[in-house]
Design a protein around this ligand. Structure first.
Ligand SMILES: Cc1ncc(COP(=O)(O)O)c(C=O)c1O
Length: 372
């Protein structure tokens, strides 16, 4: 946690609603991520939270060489920032099969890995890779109970992994496991649930290895499960938190044991005071993620009683006893409930250092595609 004042001396250049990143706070979060990981060679942070080449370069400068993403735009952003080891933790289907071929061709000095959980796209990928004379590493995506993607460990998963070994153009790269279902607030409860997932993955690894298959890595987890996976000593294990680089309010509430502080916030301005006890600010759902309930989309540390009662595309109406203290043009800093989709709604972020705006970071991979 950091003791940042979250003050900005001169806000006149900030177009609202504007994403602002407090650099010292982000640096402290990165330091905490390294501390939790113990050894930075085990880290493979997910860039979905920031989607920014500037942040990726800071992570590279810290010595974090392995990175994770969910889209080809993010993969391209990582590669152009200088990352040489990229996991696209998303199953490739449709045009993404040919995009994988193009990516491997264009960034031939990058180790590019993807995930898969079904034979059909793996066969298509193998044919496409073989036709272009290239190959790609695949991680088998294990379903540890979230039931979002993945295949349960067992015979079918074993056969699929064997297929990775047999098909031309495909190289078995190990196991991928994202346990987003593990959001227990009690650390001990979370620890038990995460350890059960680890047991599934490591038992499955043992079965594959006993069958002569190579399992070079197991990429596991997000921010909530990170402290538990980090406590496991296994040379194959890679840790893939994403949210902790910026962090957000809802993870803070869900995981009180984590020592991170929301670094990315939104500067918003009062545009109207429609009634005695309401304020309207320019913070609609085109500027903050709307996947949480309206009551949990943003909080205002300087206006703790602000109760969001209506949000439209460009408006947020707050009920507060302090409405009379504000006039149109006054500013507030909002802490997003869910930062990852929030950053995707902004073209760039204002960087704040020593209470000054010092830079502007482009959210380069918020789009669906860049060049590939
Ligand atoms: C596949 C995958 N890996 C890693 C992460 C990072 O998790 P977190 O946001 O909890 O840090 C996510 C987040 O959604 C994810 O979907």
């Amino acid at each position: 946690m950091t003791a940042c004042s979250f003050k900005i001396k001169d806000t006149s250049s900030i177009v609202s609603p504007g994403l602002v990143v407090f650099r010292d706070v982000m640096d402290a979060n990165l330091k905490e991520m390294l501390r939790e990981a113990g050894d930075l060679s085990r880290l493979r942070p997910h860039c979905k939270t920031h989607k920014m080449a500037s942040v990726t370069k800071i992570q590279l400068d810290l010595g974090i060489t392995k990175h994770k993403c969910a889209t080809f735009a993010e993969a391209e952003m990582l590669a152009s920032a200088g990352v040489k080891d990229i996991l696209l933790g998303y199953n490739l289907v449709g045009p993404n099969i040919q995009r994988a071929v193009e990516f491997v061709q264009q960034y031939n000095d990058v180790q590019f890995i993807a995930t898969a959980d079904h034979e059909s796209p793996v066969r298509s990928l193998s044919a496409a890779m073989q036709a272009s004379g290239q190959s790609i590493e695949l991680l088998i995506d294990l379903d540890s109970g979230q039931h979002r993607t993945g295949i349960a460990p067992g015979d079918a998963a074993h056969q699929l992994y064997r297929l990775f070994e047999e098909l031309p153009g495909i190289v078995p790269g190990g196991i991928h496991l994202y346990d987003g279902q593990n959001h227990q607030t009690e650390l001990e409860e979370r620890r038990q649930a995460v350890m059960a997932c680890w047991q599934l993955a490591s038992d499955f690894r043992d079965t594959l290895e006993a069958d002569g298959l190579s399992v070079p890595r197991i990429v596991a987890g997000g921010t909530g499960s990170f402290p538990v996976y980090a406590s496991i000593s296994d040379p194959a294990l890679e840790l893939s938190p994403g949210t902790n680089t910026f962090f957000d309010n809802n993870y803070g509430l869900m995981f009180p044991d984590l020592q991170y502080t929301p670094a990315a916030r939104i500067l918003t301005r009062v545009i109207s005071r429609p009634t005695e006890d309401t304020l309207t600010v320019d913070l609609g759902y085109k500027a903050c993620a709307s996947d949480p309930d309206v009551k949990k989309r943003v909080v205002f540390p300087d206006l703790p009683d602000a109760d969001p009662i209506l949000q439209n595309e460009e408006h947020l109406v707050l009920r507060t006893q302090h409405a009379g203290d504000y006039i149109p043009g006054d500013e507030l800093l909002a802490v997003p409930g869910h930062i990852c989709p929030t950053s995707a709604l902004h073209k760039s972020a204002y960087v704040i250092e020593n209470e000054e705006v010092t830079d502007n970071w482009v959210v380069s991979s918020r789009d669906r595609w860049l060049t590939i």
